[in-house]
Design a protein around this ligand. Structure first.
Ligand code: FMN
Length: 192
């Protein structure tokens, strides 16, 4: 699929089929994974940069994945899901159907420390831009992989923060619900 085809066929969908680990891994790798390493000013130190650009190239986002009630943190290096706990998605979504229908929920939170240290309070704006960039990457990669997905801003901040065991410097930014594709005949009814 070309980028133009992905941009034109991308949709938010509300029904989700089974999702393989390979599909999930590909989605994470291409949307929010490592793209390259660059040398830092300090000799011997390298910065890791992602397929999703962030302001200043800072590691401003944390990515968690909820699968069948288990919570994992996605570590783009070494491209692994690291178990961090369990959760009940009830109470996380404003539209509770998402909790029942999702095959995987990708949770984007802001790790505010590095950005606040470098940019001050302006980083509260930048963090949301970083999340928006990541969400569009997720939409386009999911489309190219033939997956069903939807970005979700309707969530309870406290529940998301608890889900990722976030501290004072962590901010809930966006959720991204994903699953395998469902033929249109089965319906892509909106979540009420
Ligand atoms: C940042 C963001 C947050 C969204 N939050 C929700 C949401 O909470 N609930 C929902 O049903 N759809 C949500 N959507 C999906 C939008 O409603 C959808 O993108 C819009 O209606 C356009 O449809 P399309 O994505 O199929 O082009 C969100 C989309 C974006 C980009």
């Amino acid at each position: 699929m070309t980028l133009a085809e992905a941009l034109l066929s991308r949709r938010s969908r509300y029904s989700y089929g089974p999702l393989s680990r390979l599909e999930l891994g590909s989605l994470l790798h291409y949307a929010v994974g490592v793209q390259r390493r660059v040398h830092a000013d300090v000799p011997g130190v390298q910065h890791v940069l992602g397929t999703n650009p962030t302001a200043g190239g800072l590691p401003s986002l944390r990515v968690h994945v909820v699968l069948d009630g288990d919570v994992f943190e996605y570590l783009r290096e070494p491209h692994a899901l690291c178990p961090t706990g369990t959760t009940d998605l009830a109470g996380v979504f404003a539209q509770e159907e998402f909790a029942r229908r999702a095959r995987a929920v990708i949770v984007l939170t802001g790790r505010m420390g590095p950005g606040l240290a470098k940019y001050g309070p302006r980083h509260y704006r930048t963090a949301h831009l970083d999340a928006g960039v990541a969400v569009q990457n997720l939409y386009l990669v999911a489309t190219a992989l033939g997956l069903s997905c939807c970005a979700v801003a309707g969530f309870a901040d406290d529940a998301v923060k608890a889900l990722v065991r976030g501290g004072e410097q962590d901010v809930a930014l966006a959720l991204f619900v994903v699953g395998g594709s469902i033929p249109p005949a089965s319906g892509h009814k909106k979540c009420p």
